[in-house]
Design a protein around this ligand. Structure first.
Ligand SMILES: [Zn+2]
Length: 329
């Protein structure tokens, strides 16, 4: 379905995917419903026209950034968690892109050095056919995750604190984790993959000798813990169009190349796939995602930790009713 009159926005095409941006962009442009093509995580530059209408209103609140959000669907944060297994731990959460990146092409298109290449400072991200942007999704999940981790005692730092700004550059997103001496960092994304592809994928840093030697192994462990928890709790399948067993090793992402702390990206699903888009557009599913990411981070940071998240391998009811913070409806 097309965008409602007056609330359209320039499209986000692709994210960190290396697949099919050009063909998607061509299809969108041909459909005549889009004002122009904007950049992907690692893709083409944004257009020079700043005339696209404003993005859908997004507040700074964690539960009003996407379809399905309402007070009734607000997460019930695990403020009463019986333990604080992450006390003393620092987690940096990077919600990929930003809500107004599309309107600031000069800023996000300037090239930055990510060791293996020069690439744009930031990109716009993708969106669903219904116009739910990846930037809004990422921020919504990030704020839900932050709440859960703080309830477990963690110190949580977000690389951006709302969804109506621009940037920061991917270099800065890495630097924020480095400066915080984070015990773990995660960059949250949803993919702009081929419409026929679905599933999730965790991206971990490949070795760049002399640069990231120290974080490759711990980042791999983090990736495994995130993958296993995500699969177990969300029931989202492994991506069938990228990676292998929901893992992908890359050396072209600034957020990973420049990190000095263990870090992974996650593509929570494929926004260009109808089935995945429906899930990602559900507030209840986003809360489940946040719970899964919190469980993965806790498994990595406190493997013998408390009872808040399910232990690895623990039985998780399909309904998720016993998972802290997951609405049963
Ligand atoms: Zn992205």
């Amino acid at each position: 379905m097309g965008r409602a009159p007056g609330v359209g926005r320039a499209p986000r095409v692709g994210t960190t995917s290396r697949v099919g941006r050009a063909s998607r962009g061509a299809a969108f442009a041909a459909a005549g419903t889009l004002a122009g093509l904007l950049a992907a995580c690692s893709g083409a530059p944004a257009p020079s026209s700043p005339s696209a209408p404003a993005a859908a209103p997004v507040t700074s609140g964690p539960v009003t950034t996407g379809p399905g959000d309402s007070p009734a669907s607000a997460p019930s944060a695990s403020a009463t968690a019986p333990s604080r297994p992450l006390a003393g731990r620092v987690v940096v959460i990077d919600p990929g892109h930003n809500g107004d990146n599309w309107a600031h092409p000069a800023f996000i298109n300037r090239l930055v050095n990510v060791i293996t290449e020069m690439k744009p400072c930031d990109t716009t991200g993708t969106e669903t056919d219904a116009g739910y942007t990846e930037a809004a999704f990422n921020f919504n999940v990030a704020t839900r995750l932050a709440r859960l981790l703080r309830a477990e005692g963690a110190t949580v730092i977000l690389t951006r604190t709302n969804n109506h700004g621009v940037g920061p550059c991917i270099t800065q997103r890495a630097a924020i984790g480095n400066r915080a001496h984070a015990d773990a960092a995660i960059s949250i994304h949803a993919d702009g993959g081929p419409p026929g592809g679905s599933g999730f994928d965790v991206i971990e840093p490949g070795l760049i000798p002399g640069h990231n030697d120290a974080i490759v192994a711990p980042s791999h462990r983090l990736a495994l813990d995130i993958r296993d928890a995500y699969h177990r709790i969300t029931h989202e399948p492994y991506a069938n169009y990228v990676g292998h067993d929901a893992l992908d090793v890359r050396t072209d992402l600034g957020g990973l190349n420049l990190s000095t702390v263990p870090k992974v990206f996650i593509e929570c699903g494929n926004m260009r796939n109808a089935s995945d888009a429906a899930k990602l557009s559900s507030a209840a599913f986003r809360q489940r995602i946040a719970v899964a990411l919190a469980a993965g981070l806790t498994a990595y940071l406190a493997p013998a930790g408390g009872a808040s998240p399910p232990a690895p391998g623990a039985s998780v009811p399909a309904g998720g009713a016993s998972i802290p913070g997951v609405p049963s409806g």
